[in-house]
Write a protein that binds this ligand. Structure first.
Ligand code: GLA
Length: 394
């Protein structure tokens, strides 16, 4: 899956489109998955996060229709999903097709003139690995719709932000996942060799150079293959706890808590569990600011320390880690990684580690050996570089 070049995927998704829909697509668009370097569970708290886009992308071969019908198929799924745009709802079409249909539904709700589509999807983003395969799918479809319906939203940062907002609404309302928006912004706004500093309160963004190669290091991603049982309910529960805490404190979002006033704010909260959730969010937002400063002064050791502190906070205070993520990060550290942490929502999914290029293979092997020793499913490790955003490929 991952070994295919972009050109190969474009060719194969084009011929799959022709086989399925009996004509040529107008073009192929793609959008990347992401890893978040740091700033986890901060986006829905008006906080800061720092994702990069992955070289792994979801591709959508598409052609417009003029009858209000959406037909969707995927190389990774059987069958064709068909739905009239007027009928799209949280119930229809349901399943993975709701991520595609939801984007068109949301673009229309935003007053944009959008008709039906035929869409054939293929992806090199591993599914269910916490690398935002769903945001990559939404953003690839949004990019296709922008070009096919002359919305002209890909050409400017403002247009891309508008597309990201539509993709978030699709995911929240039609797919029913109460996620915070980081993933869609990453997929539409990230640039090559840079991380995206995203301020989720003001909406401001800044590109921060991120190129570990120059320092002889790599970012090693390990998909733990851990199942995301209960992920939706647990994610929503964390979000609810934060919103409840903000209400108790009489503030709009937890971003308003000054780190210097954290202890005083915590004393005003009723439960120990909520106090720990809030402590994670406030300290994590601060770690993002520190990580940006460290990146700008090429202080990789400090970034490693911040990765480790972030993981401990997510494990102990936010309680979204799991055995596999703890084992992978601990093994990476003991094999010489500068730092390691879970990335994404947690409860399974992937971890990231900064390791010297020379050690990457040994670290990946050590993680696999540790998993075997515990009788866990074999993990999959690979290195990634910060890559470009959603775009037209052909
Ligand atoms: C998931 C969500 C994001 C974000 C992360 C945690 O990836 O989609 O919005 O909340 O979890 O940082």
């Amino acid at each position: 899956m991952s070994d295919r070049t972009p050109g190969e995927v474009v060719r194969s998704v084009t011929s799959a489109f022709e086989r399925t829909f009996g004509g040529a697509p107008t073009g192929v668009w793609s959008a990347p998955g992401r890893v978040n370097l740091i700033g986890e569970h901060t986006d829905y708290n008006g906080g800061l996060c720092l994702p990069i886009a992955l070289p792994r992308r979801t591709y959508a071969a598409a052609a417009r229709r003029d009858d209000g019908v959406l037909r969707i198929a995927s190389v990774q799924q059987d069958g064709v999903v068909e739905v009239a745009l007027d009928d799209v709802s949280p119930e229809l079409p349901g399943g993975w097709g709701s991520y595609v249909a939801g984007v068109l539904w949301s673009l229309r709700r935003d007053g944009l003139s959008v008709d039906g589509l035929d869409v054939l999807v293929d992806s090199t983003v591993p599914l269910g690995a916490g690398l935002s395969s769903s945001a990559a799918l939404e953003c690839a479809v949004a990019a296709a719709a922008s070009d096919l319906f002359d919305l002209d939203l890909l050409g400017s940062p403002e247009g891309r932000e508008r597309l990201a907002a539509r993709c978030v609404e699709a995911e929240n309302v039609i797919a029913g996942a109460p996620t915070g928006g980081m993933d869609q912004s990453a997929s539409l706004l990230c640039e090559d060799a840079a991380a995206l500093l995203l301020d989720c309160r003001s909406g401001e963004t800044r590109h921060v150079p991120f190129d570990l190669d120059a320092a002889g290091h790599v970012l090693l991603v390990t998909d733990t293959r851990a199942e995301h049982a209960l992920v939706d309910g647990q994610y929503a529960a964390r979000r609810d706890a934060c919103e409840q805490a903000a209400r108790e404190l009489g503030i709009e979002t937890l971003r308003e808590i000054d780190p210097a006033g954290l202890d005083a704010a915590l004393e005003r909260l009723g439960s120990d569990e909520v106090r720990r959730r809030v402590r994670h969010v406030v300290t994590e937002i601060e770690r993002v600011t520190l990580a940006v400063a460290a990146l700008e002064s090429d202080d990789l050791e400090e970034i490693g320390r911040l990765f480790d502190a972030s993981h401990a906070s997510l494990r102990d205070d936010y309680e979204v880690s799991c055995e596999e993520l703890d084992l992978a990060t601990a093994t990476a550290r003991s094999e010489g990684a500068l730092g390691a942490r879970m990335t994404g929502g947690g409860f399974g999914g992937s971890c990231i580690a900064i390791v010297s290029a020379a050690d990457a293979e040994a670290v990946a092997t050590a993680i696999a050996t540790a998993f075997r020793g515990e009788g866990l499913t074999a993990p999959v490790s690979f290195t990634v570089t910060a890559s470009g955003p959603a775009a037209r490929d052909s």
